[in-house]
Write a protein that binds this ligand. Structure first.
Ligand code: C2O
Length: 547
């Protein structure tokens, strides 16, 4: 194992997309940001120097951060922001994980331009549990605003309306030929015939789950969120913000006269306006030597499911199973110590019957977990916890069940009470947790991609309507459920997760739609230290930023 050193200089950069030039915040003047590459077992050291006016912080999304919570990154949760002129060095080991993850800024909406791939190769003497690909290609999905994304969310919070939708989706920062004034900004993948490519799909978009497909090519999914799965074939991939999916692309015999679009566009079941445009890249076959054709090239386009294809999504997500072999076992907790039922969804204002309706800035929209819209503290939770200064910062009375009884009827309004709070759940070390996430669909059914920091969880069950605690557990998969760090709570339905709380620290959980996070769909878990020295969270690094 080795140590990999990276330096992130946070600087502004002029970027032109859709005939519109603007200054963005970047890592090292690159958009999207640089690739981090490490092997399983390596230590990764990233020195961040902030040269811009905004505060920053960085999250290594999906890295478990075993006993290294100080380097997890969400601002006001595990650290105070890195202010202008300040430096902070993230330093963590990648233990027991290999595959694709992503890194991104974790403060306000800076993630819109500060993101990049985090690639974990297997240990040097180990191979993939599938055919070694000829080449590996990161494919990052993102969202582009002609405006400054910080202004977009600031305005939304101020007016209480939904934020302005993005102007384009992007593949590796490029919107592609289906947008006006954009054909030169197209991602192109040149492939050789008869080879296997591994595409490392990463959804870094702000507010949209995406369907992805390549015309005339079937994909084989082999890994999700840096965990191997039982491979399966599909023409279309659904990927939520925060999820990563490795797919194998088997190229065909030589195609002299064709190119193939690879496209992505949203899966969306919520209310309001959204960007239903399509980003496209181009897959092209390289010419074998001495073979050249000047016939006009034919363009093939893939078919994507309709925008609200919930049945397709439910079927697709059920196909994911842990590889679960002797080498990569699925360590699903078989017993449960702590049970939680969390409603997740949007709240509305005005509230019926004079119930409390709060949310960020008393806005029209708010979002909540168990009727609590999480207010960020002005200092970091982890610091307050570690130094025993919880008083006035947070409480540990986060409810194990909804504050307002929930009954899914399919028609709003229902359970609209929302109050503000900075509350956490306290978990004993090594507790076996079962967490059911129930989508409330108060304002209309919508899928919420929930992300848990510091852990992977197993998705042991999913369904539509109300979770039934008497009958649904009989159908749980406790053998080979998929293990992930981000999962879409089905639109109008529920997800049942299990994880073992073996990583002490303060861990954020939130909807990976940044607008929902901003509206308060977020909370924190505090996992206590174990009794052995190697089960404790070590003290913070000396350069940990202060608020
Ligand atoms: Cu990828 Cu808390 O985020």
């Amino acid at each position: 194992c080795m140590t990999r050193h990276y330096k992130f200089n946070i600087v502004s950069l002029n970027v032109t997309r859709l005939c519109h030039t603007k200054s963005i915040i970047s890592v090292n003047g690159r958009f999207p940001g640089p690739r981090l590459i490490a092997r399983e077992g390596d230590r990764v050291v990233v020195k961040v120097v902030n040269h811009v006016a905004n505060n920053v912080s960085f999250h290594w999304h999906g890295v478990r951060q075993l006993r290294s919570g100080w380097f997890d990154g969400p601002a006001y949760i595990t650290q105070c922001p890195i202010q202008t002129g300040q430096t902070y060095t993230y330093n963590f080991t990648i233990t027991g994980q290999r595959g694709t993850l992503l890194w991104h800024a974790h403060i306000s909406w800076l993630r819109a331009t500060l993101y990049g791939p985090l690639i974990i190769l297997p240990k040097r003497n180990e191979s993939y549990p599938f055919k070694k690909p000829y080449k590996e290609v990161p494919i990052l999905f993102g969202e582009w605003w002609n405006a400054d994304p910080e202004a977009v969310i600031a305005q939304a919070l101020q007016t209480g309306a939904g934020p302005n939708v993005s102007d384009a989706y992007t593949i590796n920062g490029l919107p592609g030929p289906l947008y006006n004034c954009s054909s030169k900004d197209t991602f192109k993948l040149n492939v050789k015939p008869g080879k296997t490519y591994m595409l490392r799909l990463i959804n870094a978009a702000m507010n949209d789950e995406l369907f992805f497909s390549i015309a005339n090519h079937t994909l084989t999914i082999v890994e999700a969120d840096a965990v191997y799965i039982k491979p399966f074939k599909t023409d279309v991939v659904l990927i939520t913000p925060g999820q990563t999916t490795n797919v194998l692309l088997q190229t065909k015999p030589y195609y002299p006269n064709a190119y193939f679009l690879m496209t992505a566009r949203p899966y969306f079941t919520g209310l309001g306006t959204f960007d239903n445009s399509t980003v496209a890249g181009i897959l092209k076959y390289e010419h074998p030597p001495n073979q050249y054709s000047n016939t006009k090239k034919k363009l093939f386009k893939p078919t994507l499911p309709p925008v609200n294809a919930t049945a397709f999504v439910a079927n697709f997500t059920k196909k994911f199973r842990s590889l679960g072999n002797a080498k990569f076992p699925a360590k699903v907790p078989q017993k449960v110590d702590k049970r939680f039922l969390f409603t997740v969804g949007l709240g509305s204002n005005p509230c019926p019957n004079n119930t409390t309706c709060q949310g960020p800035n008393g806005s029209k929209f708010s979002a909540a977990v168990n009727n609590i819209s999480f207010a960020l503290p002005t200092t970091a939770l982890l610091q307050s916890y570690f130094f025993g200064k919880a008083s006035g910062v947070y409480t540990t009375d986060f409810p194990t069940n909804p504050l307002n009884p929930f009954n899914y009827t399919g028609t709003p309004p229902n359970n609209t009470m929302v109050s503000n709070g900075t509350r956490a759940v306290m978990l004993p070390f090594n507790a076996s947790v079962e967490l059911v996430l129930q989508g409330t669909s108060i304002l209309g059914a919508e899928s919420h991609p929930l992300h848990l920091h510091g852990y992977n969880f197993f998705i042991v069950g999913q369904g539509f309507g109300n979770y039934d605690s008497t009958n649904d557990p009989a159908n749980f998969n406790l053998v080979d459920p998929v293990e992930r760090n981000t999962a879409g709570v089905p639109s109008g339905g529920w997800l049942a997760l299990r994880f073992l709380a073996d990583n002490p620290g303060v861990w954020f959980m939130h909807c990976h739609f940044d607008v929902h996070t901003s509206w308060g769909l977020r909370m924190a878990w505090i996992v206590l230290d174990g009794s052995q020295p190697n089960q404790k969270l070590p003290p913070p690094p000396s350069d940990l930023p202060q608020c």
